[in-house]
Write a protein that binds this ligand. Structure first.
Ligand code: NAP
Ligand code: F7E
Length: 324
């Protein structure tokens, strides 16, 4: 019999890649989708007839109960969140409700209606905040945003359901991962989109915040494979998933503009509006445990990721370019 999986956040970047992976593996894939005035299913259009969408919201317990009862999942991937760090200062209570308490609601729905289901929680390197480099599973947390605070709560809720009820609950502590499907407000996609707009004459400048922050950027398509592997282990456990390399925002800018044959210094300006009340200076993951236990390593290199993203955005605007 085919395995079944329930993905919260299926319309997001990771949800769409994970759904494709699980469909390819022969899973019956259910996705939780919240009601919006304009449906937002563009990232899963290509698999629309291969997944079953269930209406629900992480702030609404009864809808989560019904989703778990309906899907009777072998595996639940909790990817839904208010995931944009900058917004978490403007909407701290909502972020706590969705990104933090939402995880407990999912855990409760599983505990009551499908307790043998395995659960994956989308934990984040943001939980480390200001920490020594590199960060591993044993690095202490020092969250620096309401988003990160909510993720730390969700991390421990996941560990607590494992320890309290013997449930198969796991945290993937994922470092930044990007793709052409990345939301436009995140810095990598903002940059590659900006490069393409400038290249095609649709924009004259790109305004950014802190160029010195360093991140360990990987490709989302590689990272969803790790999520799946985490739930295929004999015992539930928590894993850091990263590339092991970090680069500054400035390096990402330079390489992205260079990919389109442009000199970034002519176009990029710093803007206070994009500075954060507290930023995270340097994130770089130590993936020793993931390599040893999961046999997982990323395939996509930093330069390849940038090339992939710049190319996709150049092609997107190319269709309506003022030069064509
Ligand atoms: P994303 O593109 O922002 O997707 C977030 C998903 O959550 C969307 O499907 C969104 O639905 C859904 N959602 C938001 N609020 C909801 C609510 N109240 N009820 C139900 N669904 C809701 O995020 P992502 O980059 O794919 O990340 C996936 C998960 O991994 C998130 O939990 C994120 O915090 C975490 N994470 C991401 C990274 C990264 O670098 N990408 C690293 C570590 C951890 P709509 O489409 O309707 O908005
Ligand atoms: O910022 C700096 C900014 O918004 C990266 C989420 O997926 O990864 C993501 O969180 C860095 C920060 O991602 C701009 O200050 C400079 O230092 O792309 P970001 P993030 O905050 O690291 C983690 C792992 C998650 O879990 C989150 O869900 O870039 N930066 N100038 C800027 N950032 C943005 N967004 N916009 C700028 O103009």
């Amino acid at each position: 019999m085919a395995k079944s999986a329930l993905i919260t956040g299926i319309t997001g970047q990771d949800g769409s890649y994970l759904a494709e992976l699980l469909v390819d593996k022969g899973y019956d894939v259910y996705g939780l989708v919240r009601r919006l005035s304009t449906p937002n299913t563009t990232r899963i259009e290509n698999i629309a007839d291969k997944v079953i969408l269930l209406e629900g919201d992480l702030t609404d317990q009864s809808s989560l109960n019904v989703a778990v009862q309906t899907a009777q999942p072998d595996e639940v991937y909790n990817l839904a969140a208010q995931s944009f760090v900058a917004t978490s200062w403007n909407q701290p209570v909502l972020t706590g409700d969705v990104t933090g308490l939402g995880t407990t609601r999912i855990l409760e729905a599983i505990r009551q209606f499908s307790p043998s289901a395995k659960m994956y929680q989308a934990s984040s390197s943001e939980m480390f905040g200001k920490a020594d480099v590199p960060q591993s599973e044993s690095t202490p947390f020092h969250p620096r945003s309401p988003y990160a605070v909510a993720k730390v709560y969700a991390y421990y809720a996941t560990v607590n359901y494992r320890e309290s009820y013997g449930m198969f609950c796991c945290n993937g502590i994922l470092f930044n991962h990007e793709s052409p499907r990345r939301g436009i407000e995140f810095v990598t996609r903002k940059i590659t989109d900006g490069v393409a707009r400038i290249y095609h004459g649709l924009s004259k400048e790109l305004r950014l915040g802190n160029l010195d922050a360093k991140r360990d950027w990987g490709f989302a398509g590689d990272y969803v494979k790790a999520m799946h592997l985490i739930l295929q282990q004999k015992d539930p456990d928590d894993f850091v998933i990263a590339t092991g390399e970090s680069h500054s925002v400035k390096e990402f800018v330079e390489l992205s503009f260079a990919e389109a044959g442009l000199d970034w210094k002519k176009y990029v300006t710093q803007d206070e509006r994009f500075m954060r009340p507290a930023d995270v200076p340097d994130l770089r993951g130590d993936i020793t445990k993931a390599k040893r236990k999961l046999g997982w390593e990323p395939d996509t290199k930093f330069n390849e990721l940038i090339r992939m993203m710049v190319k996709a955005d150049l092609e997107k605007y190319g269709k309506n370019s003022v030069f064509k």
